[in-house]
Design a protein. Sequence first.
Length: 569
Amino acid sequence: MGANSYQRQPNFLLIVVDDMGYSDCQPFGGEIRTPNLQQLADNGVRFRNFHTSSLCAPTRAMLLSGCDNHQAGLGNMPTAHATNQYMQPGYEGYLTRDVLTIPEILKETGYHTYMAGKWHLGELEGQRPHDRGFERVFSFLGGGVSHFNDQRALSEFEEPHTKYSENGETVAHLPADFYTSDYFTDKMIRYITEQQDGDPFFAYLAFTAPHDPLQVPDAWLDKYKGVYDGGYDAIRKQRLQQMKELALIPDELTKNEGSGHFEKWEELTQEEQKEAARKMEIYAAMIENLDWNLGRLFDKLKDTNKFDDTIIFFLSDNGANPKEPHFYAPNTKESIAEEYDNSLENMGRINSFVSIGGAWAEVANTPLSYFKLTTYEGGTQTPFLVSGRRMHKRGTVTDEMLHVTDILPTILDYANVTYPNNKPGLKPLYGTSLKPYLQEETKQPVRTAFDVLGFEITECKAILKGDWKLIFMPPPYGKGDEWHLYNLKEDLKEENNVAAKFPEKFSELKAEWKAYALSVGYIKASDERAVDKLGYKEFYRFDPKHRIELEGGKGNSAGSSQEPTGLMD
């Protein structure tokens, strides 16, 4: 490495995986083989208190914009919008022009900007990644899809945005040997190696793995054969012990008994156990496969002398996924059985559609409670790694309370680029730069006990302040009529509601929630869904005229000034 090596602007590689659990990968205690992620952890910083949204599109909006999801257009998850939210400010259903993206900002300063993978932030004209700052891009525009070349949607209602796009143009046909993780990595390698000049790059690699349907190329199908035959508790116990050895969790932390919403292993028939174990085998293979692909990309960066100048960020977009295939309307258990071959022998292949289900999702999030869809820690706390030779810290495990919006200001800080706050109408950044912490330029924490993080999606709400957490959960994972207070330092598993014991702290965090809700323009959802009145095809048009139709010709002009009336639920 030359003495003047770091006079150049750094490259950035931002890696996002889809629905991977907190403890799945090796650096966070998992049995799934991920040596390349382990390499990142050993040569960087491993964070165990990093938070995202509990659903993928809002996380991606915050990740790329540095702004709260309610101010970036993803105030609710398409198609969960209530009639009073549809097309209101902050609830447009796609990444709006009220925010700037990382590639839009960096491109103006001479960076090349590349993307391969999942977008999920709009598929109409002007909404695709090519329109939001990416120079070269191959993207999947929807939320989930078959991982092979059939482009099969998760359901009939998902079809409107189940599309691939290359540089803004819809891709009609995929290669016969297409597999998402392999192909996305191939594209990113091509973009970086075909770059003709020495300018820096920002690369966004957004895998759709291990999102359902659980599928993997045949050569990977049996890599975990037999590993999960012992069931849920065996893997949970194994991970818990490994996490203690890695100093990720306290030695005295006991097993998380789970939410009680799902079956226990001993309650399954022998055939059901075989099926459940097989699903987890395929899920694990998907994660090892994406790690193998990262190894290919890292090797290429090293071969082209770009690895040492690259700062790498790795995260999962939310906690592990408890949803079964019939979750995606209008699927039913019967329609899935009729339309797919989910036999034990065919699971993981092109004509299968299986998920790990809720019980394995809870194991995947060990030791945290619950999973994707909820604002419990299992829904919003995900593995996060920052790695690169330009950083001073190495192999560290840290408790710093972080948020997904911190990534944009961190990248701009390392690139010595100022956020253009003077642009009229631009929403304020929610995140803060981690660079001083990563460079050990200060002993001050990234956030103090006085700093607050707010969360809301589909009426699942939470406030984090220091060691304290206030949470509100609607059915089916909460009663929908009360807030709970937890001290996460003493109760990481969120088992003991101490609202009655600490009424002043409860009131303090309740006031913080109201302030957050007002500041970001939260609109409490009405009881009727917009999609039920509009139909899915019309919903995905995101046409403002539909807002007037939904309100009986009156519209709802309150927008972000509407009082968040659900604060006292």
